[in-house]
Ligand binder design. Structure first.
Ligand code: MN9
Length: 300
């Protein structure tokens, strides 16, 4: 593979009140993920970047800025999937021009597309990019999933390099990993990092690694070295934090935590997401202090 395995942050993106990308702050956040988080790679333009709420210009800008900071330093994967094929193919070409190592595309959602239509979408996007394609499956958000036979059919295209697999169905994930050894699977739920690594995931891509990349690496390494009790304790620590973050609201809470802990002003979520209430902010800050005390942010 021309991209590394390991821990990838699904890049959070700061937006101004008018919905534009806060470019200076995005540069600072990418830099922070590389230097403070020590990530192996970055996943740009995914759910965590609120990408599906953006217009084409903003999607492109985010890809450009992230590449300008991170190119040659860590592996870069661009999420270029969209319900508009012209946009998606344009972003695929753009990602290729900008030097991304791979592209990834969310399964087409909203309409109930047939498997043949979905497969054709992946073929077109992979060929537009001319780069390895990671199929991004996240049934909880898209409502669409693949069965075993379909997963293998997707692999028949040589550019389909693997999956960003965000599902709790670890049985299918294991079958996927061990039955196609020359391709790769990234584990998509941070809550399941230990399990993903235990069954041989190549890497893990997650929203909470904007904060906890160093902690995630400890889990990764502990599993790898067979130190399971340690891995379990570390995963429990991470999961406690994730549970509290989810209760406040995943992306706004992560953003508030990054703002609070790093001083980078990450601004507003994109509507229809609502900004955190005063009470939500208060809770997030209290959690931030607590996370430092719990040692989850030892790297900051
Ligand atoms: O990139 C993320 N998925 C979504 C993957 O945000 C939809 C995960 O990192 C989750 O945010 C995380 C919390 O549930 O596991």
């Amino acid at each position: 593979m021309n991209f590394k395995g390991g821990i990838y942050a699904a890049q959070l993106v700061p937006y101004a009140a008018d919905g534009s990308v806060k470019e200076k702050e995005l540069i600072a956040m990418v830099e922070r993920n590389i230097v403070v988080g020590g990530v192996d790679g970055l996943y740009i333009g995914g759910s965590t970047g609120e990408n599906f709420l953006n217009d084409t210009r903003a999607k492109t800008r985010v890809l450009e800025i992230a590449a300008s900071v991170a190119k040659g330093r860590v592996s870069l994967i661009a999420q270029i999937g969209s319900l508009n094929m012209v946009e998606a193919e344009g972003l695929a070409r753009q990602a290729s021009k900008l030097g991304y190592d791979a592209v990834s595309a969310v399964t087409p959602y909203y309409y109930k597309f047939s498997f043949a239509e979905t497969r054709e979408y992946y073929v077109r996007l992979a060929e537009a990019a001319g780069l390895p394609m990671l199929v991004y499956t996240i049934p909880a958000l898209t409502g669409s999933s693949f069965d075993m036979e379909q997963l293998h059919q997707l692999y028949r295209h040589p550019l389909v390099a693997g999956f960003k697999y965000t599902s709790g169905d670890l049985f299918t994930m294991e079958r996927l990993i061990s039955s196609v050894p020359d391709r790769v699977v990234f584990s998509g739920y941070d809550e399941l990092l230990l399990f993903g690594r235990a069954i041989g995931a190549y890497g893990a891509i997650g929203s909470t690694y904007n904060l906890f990349a160093a902690h995630a690496r400890k889990i990764w390494d502990a599993v790898e070295a067979g130190r399971l009790p340690e891995a379990r304790t570390l995963q429990a620590g991470l999961n406690g934090a994730i549970q509290e973050i989810l209760a406040i609201g995943i992306y706004p809470c992560l953003k508030e935590l990054v703002s609070f802990l790093s001083g980078i002003d990450v601004g507003h979520p994109l509507p229809p997401f609502a900004p955190l209430s005063a009470e939500g902010k208060e809770k997030a800050r209290k959690l931030g202090k607590d996370l430092v005390a719990r040692g989850l942010l030892a790297q900051a």
